[in-house]
Design a protein around this ligand. Structure first.
Ligand code: ADP
Length: 495
C-alpha cells in the first residue's frame, strides 16, 4: 500500500465523549473508517465536563501538562490528556485539551440557564485553536493533513497560514475545513480579534472581518486549502442565497472552486436494526414483523394506544427553527385530525419544547413528547416508528433520515441539502422511492405530503417493498471516507 497519511482531525464534539448534534457522530465515525484504511489519524477536542476520566479511561500526558497557551495578553495553562476510540480493531487516539475553568461546564456551547451562548465562547475556542497548535509542536508530530470542522476549530487555518507560516513542522501540511452547518459562524465583537494573536492585517473582508465583527467560520473559509460541506446539494445551496449561506453566500460563491460536497456516511455498527443493542427486538428486511414489537414498546413508552394500522411518525431532533418546527406548529391541529400518532424526542428552543409538551397533554392518545436528550429513546423511535418527519428549512446532510432508511422507517422530508440527496419520493417513483418529499418550505405542502404518506401506508404490499428498498440503501462511511482520502492525497500533490 502507498505510504499511510498522518491526519489530525479537530472537532469540538466526538461521540461518545460529548455530543450536541451530527458533528459528533461524524467526528467519531469518519476517523475510525480512515484508521481502518491504514492511516494514522488522531482526534483532538476540548475536555468538556461530560468527558469523564473514569468512564473513558483518560490518562494524562506528562510532557503536555500545564502547557502555556497565549490568549491575547494573557497566558493560560492547558493540559492534554489522552484516550482512544475503541469500536474498531485498531484504536484511534483522542487528545483532550483540558482547562477546568473554560470547559468544565454543564453544556458545550450554551448556558442552560439563559439558553444563550456562554459569554466567553471567544476565549474558549480561541484557546482551543491555539492549544491544538501548541500540542502539535510539543508532540513534534507532523500531520500531512489537518482536518478542521466548523467555526470552533476554524481559526487554526488562519493561524497556520500566518503566524506559523514559517514553522517547519507544518511546511507540507494541508488544511481541510468542513462546514457542517453554515448558520453557526462563531461571530464575536471586533475586540475579540486581538485575543486570536493574528496579525492585524487579517481583520479585513478578505480575512476574518464580517460587518465590523469577527467571524471565526471565515477564518476557515479564507485560509483552508480545501473546503468541504456535508452533501452535494448543500454545497450548492450555501452559495446560492442568504437563506442557506447566512450572509456568507458571497464568500461561498468566491470559494466555489475550492469547495466540494461529500455526503456524510452513517455508523452501521451503532445504527442497524439487525444488531442494535438498545432496541427491544432486532430485525432485518427479512423479519419485518419483528419491527412491530418495537412499535408496541414505543407506544407503551409514550402511553399511546398501540394499533398496527395507525402509522406512528417519529421525530428526533434539536428543537430549532432550522428543523422546520414552525411548519408543524402551523398545522398541528390539522395533523391531529388525521389517523396517525406522533412521537417527539428533542430539546432546544423553549417555544417548541412548550409546543410539544402542551400538545402531548392535550392530545393524549395521539402525540407523545419527551423533552431532553436520550440516545436510547432515539434508537427506539427509529425502530418503532413507521415514518420519520424532517421538514427542515435547511439540512446540511442530516443523519436521522439515513438512520430511518436503515430501520425501514420511511422519511418524510423537505428536498433540501442532504435530505434531497438521500430520499426519493415514493409517489413520483413507485419502483425506487424510499420516502415522501416536498419542495417548498410551506406548511400546506408538508401537510399534504404527510397525508400522502398516511394514505400510502394503507397499501401494505407497496409499503413493505419500499421499506425493504430503504433498508438496503448503503450509507456506510466507506465510500465517503475514500473520497476524503482521495481529496487529501490530491491536496498533498499540489505545491
Ligand atoms: P444536527 O447535527 O443538525 O443536529 P443530524 O440529523 O445531522 O442533525 O444529527 C442529529 C444527531 O443527534 C442524530 O444522531 C440524532 O439521533 C441525535 N439527536 C438529536 N436530538 C436528540 C435527542 N433529543 N436525543 C437523542 N439524540 C438526539
Amino acid at each position: 500500500m502507498a505510504k499511510p497519511l498522518s491526519i489530525l482531525f479537530v472537532s469540538s464534539e466526538v461521540v461518545p465523549f460529548a455530543k450536541t448534534g451530527g458533528l459528533a457522530d461524524v467526528s467519531a465515525a469518519l476517523p475510525q473508517v480512515i484508521r481502518e484504511m491504514g492511516h494514522d489519524i488522531r482526534i483532538i477536542m476540548p475536555k468538556f465536563a461530560a468527558v469523564s476520566d473514569r468512564k473513558f479511561k483518560i490518562h494524562d500526558i506528562k510532557r503536555l501538562t500545564d502547557m502555556p497557551v497565549k490568549l491575547g495578553d494573557r497566558t493560560i495553562l492547558g493540559s492534554v490528556k489522552s484516550s482512544f476510540l475503541t469500536n474498531i480493531k485498531t484504536k484511534v487516539q483522542v487528545y483532550f485539551l483540558s482547562n477546568e475553568e473554560l470547559y468544565c461546564r454543564s453544556d458545550l456551547y450554551v448556558d442552560p440557564k439563559t439558553k444563550e451562548a456562554w459569554p466567553d465562547n471567544d476565549d474558549r475556542f480561541i484557546f482551543f485553536c491555539r492549544g491544538v497548535i501548541r500540542t502539535m509542536l510539543l508532540l513534534g508530530w507532523k500531520p500531512d493533513i489537518i482536518h478542521l470542522n466548523d467555526w470552533q476549530s476554524a481559526l487554526i487555518a488562519a493561524l497556520i497560514k500566518t503566524e506559523y507560516a514559517d514553522e517547519p513542522l507544518f511546511k507540507n501540511t494541508r488544511i481541510v475545513f468542513t462546514v457542517h452547518n453554515a448558520a453557526y459562524q462563531g461571530i464575536f465583537p471586533a475586540e475579540s480579534f486581538e485575543k486570536t494573536g493574528l496579525p492585524a492585517k487579517t481583520f479585513k473582508s478578505e480575512g476574518l472581518e464580517f460587518h465590523g465583527d469577527m467571524n471565526l467560520l471565515k477564518a476557515g473559509l479564507m485560509y483552508a486549502d480545501q473546503i468541504t460541506t456535508v452533501s452535494p446539494t448543500y454545497a450548492k445551496e450555501i452559495r446560492g442565497s442568504k437563506d442557506y449561506g447566512y450572509g456568507l453566500e458571497g464568500v461561498f460563491k468566491k470559494k466555489a472552486r475550492k469547495t466540494v460536497g461529500l455526503l456524510n456516511g452513517m455508523d452501521n455498527a451503532v445504527w442497524s436494526p439487525e444488531v442494535d443493542k438498545l432496541i427491544p427486538a432486532t430485525y432485518s428486511a427479512d423479519t419485518l414483523e419483528k419491527k412491530q414489537e418495537n412499535k408496541k414498546a414505543l407506544c407503551e413508552h409514550f402511553k399511546l394506544p398501540y394499533d398496527p394500522a395507525v402509522p406512528v411518525i417519529g421525530i428526533v431532533s434539536r428543537l430549532a427553527d432550522q428543523k422546520g418546527f414552525d411548519l408543524i406548529k402551523e398545522k398541528l391541529v390539522d395533523l391531529m385530525k388525521l389517523d396517525l400518532q406522533i412521537v417527539v424526542l428533542g430539546s432546544g428552543e423553549k417555544k417548541y419544547e412548550d409546543l410539544f409538551s402542551k400538545a402531548a397533554k392535550k392530545y393524549k392518545k395521539k402525540i407523545g413528547a419527551h423533552i431532553g436528550f436520550d440516545d436510547e429513546l432515539a434508537h427506539l423511535i427509529e425502530a418503532g416508528s413507521d415514518m420519520f418527519l424532517m421538514p427542515s428549512k435547511y439540512e446540511p446532510c442530516g443523519l436521522n433520515q439515513m438512520y430511518s432508511l436503515r430501520y425501514g422507517t420511511l422519511p418524510i422530508v423537505r428536498a433540501t441539502g442532504g435530505l434531497a440527496d438521500t430520499v426519493e419520493d415514493l409517489t413520483a417513483k413507485p419502483k425506487s422511492g424510499t420516502g415522501f418529499v416536498f419542495t417548498d418550505y410551506k406548511s400546506k405542502q408538508m401537510l399534504d405530503t404527510i397525508k400522502r404518506a398516511v394514505e400510502a401506508f394503507k397499501d401494505e404490499k407497496t409499503w413493505q417493498a419500499a421499506m425493504k428498498r430503504a433498508m438496503k440503501k448503503d450509507f456506510s462511511w466507506d465510500a465517503s471516507a475514500k473520497k476524503y482520502i482521495e481529496l487529501y492525497k490530491k491536496l498533498l500533490k499540489k505545491k
